[in-house]
Write a protein that binds this ligand. Structure first.
Ligand code: DQA
Length: 143
């Protein structure tokens, strides 16, 4: 079984981008955490793009290829009906992750289109949120 771990704009800079908010760990570290959390019988496909259309194409690919999706849509969280619509075509579990505690931050970060589809939402746990999200997908999809 494969879990897609999708990351939106600017998360390629994780570890170097505003470390006081997002920490010093990188997307590679996220990959290790998710692989450890998933354990045997699950593959992790860790993906990041700065392009909305690419995220949507990967969600479409996940329809056939993935048992669940962990997604940090980054800024697309707050803007993208298109990402929401794409996730609504996916039948497995979806967990939304934010590294920072978005509800403590600017008001424009308090609304998420993706939360209208997500089966769970994690914010403010740092990159540990990805591990928790991965474990949740595993427990929802284990036979
Ligand atoms: C984020 C929070 C978003 O508001 C922001 O645009 C990001 C990252 C987070 O992981 O905390 O790029 O999704």
């Amino acid at each position: 079984k494969t879990i897609y771990v999708l990351n939106g704009p600017n998360l390629n800079l994780l570890g170097r981008r505003q470390p006081e908010i997002y920490g010093r760990e990188t997307l590679d570290d996220v990959g290790h955490l998710c692989r450890d959390a998933a354990g045997e019988g699950y593959q992790i496909r860790l993906l990041q793009s700065n392009w909305e259309g690419q995220i949507i194409d990967w969600i479409h690919e996940a329809r056939e290829a993935a048992c669940g999706i962990v997604i940090n849509p980054a800024a697309l969280t707050h803007t993208s009906v298109a990402v929401l619509d794409a996730l609504n075509t996916f039948e497995g579990p979806v967990i939304e992750v934010h590294i920072s505690q978005v509800h403590k931050r600017e008001a424009f970060r308090h609304h998420s289109y993706v939360s209208m589809r997500a089966d769970g939402v994690i914010a403010g746990l740092g990159i540990e949120g990805y591990a928790a999200a991965t474990r949740r997908i595993v427990s929802l999809t284990r036979d």
